[in-house]
Design a protein around this ligand. Sequence first.
Ligand SMILES: *Cc1c(COP(=O)(O)O)cnc(C)c1O
Length: 484
Amino acid sequence: MNNKLYGHLIFELSRPGRKGYSLPANPFGDYTLPSSLRRETDASLPECDEMTVVRHYTNHSANNFGVDNGFYPLGSCTMKYNPVINEETAMHPGFSGLHPLQPASTCQGALEVYSRLQQALSAITGLSEFTLNPFAGAHGELTGLMIIRSYHERRGDHQRMKVIVPDTAHGTNPASAAVCGLEVVEVKSHADGSVDVDDLRGLLDDTVAAMMMTNPNTLGMFEREIPEIARLVHDCGGLMYYDGANLNPLLGACRPGDMGFDVMHINLHKTFSTPHGGGGPGSGPVGVRKGLEHLLPSPRVTFDGQQYDITTDSDALSVGKYLGNFAVIVRAYTYILSLGREHIRMVGPLATLNANYIKESLKDLYLLPIEGLCKHEFVFDGLKDKTTGVTTMDVAKRLLDYGYHAPTIYFPLLFHESLMIEPTESESLDTINGFIEVMRRIAEEAATDPDQVKTAPHNTPIGRVDDVLAAKHPVLTYKQMQQQ
Ligand SMILES: *Cc1c(COP(=O)(O)O)cnc(C)c1O
């Protein structure tokens, strides 16, 4: 690491008159912009030589932790695997060179991929038909709720405005219901995060539009009462919405359509290996059960047995003019094809096995509030020994010293020291054993040398950040920094 280049902003490396570019001669001859369109003073851009720029950004990128550098046991965000073959197919010129307004007759192959992913998702989930239009999980939730709203409205059931959401739900669930103009009603959970069915019974009446659920729930526990819950909600005229952002524990094991769900979304960027995080392009396909297909939004891809077409119906719902993030769709379809029908069945069982193996290997040192078989993820409530003063935050920071990304911390809010671990299906036994060993070593350090853990990280380019200060007074521009 070149320390002189590290820790500086590119602006601080600027020297007047230096440059690393040479522009080609202007083939259009002399042309001067009218003065009304020109700046009065030059933009204050950094002036650097080429190598300074290359090293500056390369060093920064090397300080980033990602799935391609190391183990990433973050819970509730599933996919931490971005296969390189996905990038190759997404970059195919026939896909990457498409124009959104291109006639359907000139992009039959792309539309076939689109349609085949829709079919694969139907087969995997047990729902009848999918739209790939939504751009994210939350966008999928909104789309699904708009479908549900329009279902009730078309039946003249205008009073159905209530959406029941468990108190353990992902924050986007109540937010999407509110954005859709629906009223959020919370249903209580038991200590293990499962829905309190007695509490649910008291909430059901003819104003219920839908119940939104995640199964396995946020604590990684499978909802055993799901057939009864679906029956109760359907009997009162409501629909069942499934939040399938993290579908991998179910792949090959069971299907939301068979559990009684009517509408669902999937995050391709969590379950089907498309890159995730940093606000990058996402995709939140929405599926509906048989009988609700006509409510899916327009535009849609259709097939008459010979030709694919893009159809637009001005009376239908719309959540955007285009057909979603196509490069993400290509990646997800590549992943599904790479596994194939046979191997995709292994995803759920392997994700479950890996999570349980870690849980059982660490529960003598970390406090396990909910015993029993988990699915793809589980939650510890900090270290078991509460006398050391070492918190979940300290453990997370110390993991960085050993080259591991931290698990999800302080979520869910059910426990004070939540440490939510999800290994996923794609890690080797050696990697998982390495993580277990480091977690055990940190627990030992907490007992013998707690200060070492409490002051971590020690090996990262930046030590412990004051996250309250960073959140309350973020310094986001260079100018502000100069003034301070
Ligand atoms: C991530 C997530 C969402 C939201 O997905 P975005 O693509 O981030 O909008 C919804 N529900 C659950 C359970 C999630 O984990």
